[in-house]
Design a protein around this ligand. Structure first.
Ligand code: C2E
Ligand code: CA
Ligand code: CA
Ligand code: CA
Length: 277
């Protein structure tokens, strides 16, 4: 046993030791997961409320673990970020999403694909990666939307503006994810070359019975209208919530009400039945 003081002892307490082992095992697993192609993308549709068409689809990563089953991103994205593995996995996600968008386009559905971009990925190299992927898969840049959170762009405003402007020049669209939950300055919103705001689901869930959440959601939609940004409401689960956003002329809604994240082969029939070719 360790005997260098109480704190040390507590650190090596059995529970912590197990937790440490568990993390190490997970990290080793994650390194192998890429080689073994255990990551998969699910796709969640967004409905354009003015046309009643599915125009955008968000790519959400899952890990198909041999023992653990389908692991959700909340359980391994932080670890990918800590270990730096997010760059490699993030590139795989981007490429897989681009290929999928190209495949839909070839079937006559020019859907835009939204891909989440973590802080580590939001670097100079991202510009080259995106540029190369668009070329390699002959994808119309307008079919790619990158989602970044407020904290990512607010960390270094000048640098973020540089990256965002280059992406925009390529023709890629940009969305601010989880809008309203982070620290952001409204003044920067008009300076950043962004295309859309995603209202965080925390404002959407209790919409019908919480007037404060309704007021916030409505204010974000209005902000979008006046700054000429599209607004997407996420986490829409009920008809009442969908109607609320329809009434307030929100551009797009995403949530279980329209469809859960699902494999591409399950999404395709949904698109075929809903969209005009
Ligand atoms: P996010 O980007 O805010 O994604 C939306 C999350 O809300 C997804 O969880 C989605 O499954 C869930 N969701 C969608 N509609 C509803 C609804 O109607 N009700 C409820 N209760 N939930 C809904 P998921 O797939 O577990 O992803 C969690 C987070 O993990 C994402 O939050 C995102 O931050 C991160 N993530 C997912 N995929 C990726 C990825 O490919 N790259 C990176 N960097 N992060 C990712
Ligand atoms: Ca997102
Ligand atoms: Ca979000
Ligand atoms: Ca979120």
């Amino acid at each position: 046993a360790k005997h260098t003081g109480r704190d040390q002892f507590r650190f090596y307490a059995p529970k912590m030791k197990d937790r440490g082992r568990e993390l190490l095992a997970l990290e080793t697993d994650l390194r192998r997961a890429l080689e073994r192609e255990e990551f998969i993308l699910h796709y969640q549709p967004q409905l354009d409320l003015s046309t009643n068409q599915i125009t955008t689809v968000e790519a959400l990563v899952r890990w198909q673990h041999a023992q653990r089953g389908l692991v959700s991103p909340g359980d391994f994205i932080p670890l990918l970020e800590q270990t730096g593995l997010i760059i490699e996995v993030g590139n795989w996600i981007l490429e897989t999403a681009c290929k999928q968008a190209q495949a839909w386009w070839a079937c006559g559905y020019p859907l835009r694909i939204a891909v989440n971009c973590s802080a580590h990925q939001f670097q100079q190299y991202l510009l080259d990666t995106v540029h190369q992927l668009l070329q390699k898969h002959s994808l119309n840049p307008a079919c790619l939307e990158l989602e970044v959170t407020e904290s990512v762009v607010m960390q270094d405003v000048q640098y973020a503006t540089h990256i965002l402007e280059h992406l925009k020049a390529m023709g890629v669209t940009l969305a601010i994810d989880d809008f309203g939950t982070g620290y952001s300055s409204l003044a920067y919103l008009k300076r950043f070359p962004i295309h859309s705001l995603k209202i965080d689901h925390s404002f959407v869930h209790e919409l019908s019975d919480d007037s404060e959440d309704a007021a916030i959601a409505e204010a974000i939609v209005l902000l979008g209208h006046s700054l000429d940004l599209e607004v997407v409401a996420e986490g829409v689960e009920s008809e009442a919530q969908a109607r609320f956003f329809q009434n307030h002329q929100c551009h797009r809604i995403q949530g279980y009400w329209i469809g859960r994240p699902m494999p591409a082969e399950n999404l395709f029939p949904l698109i075929e039945s809903r969209n005009v070719k």
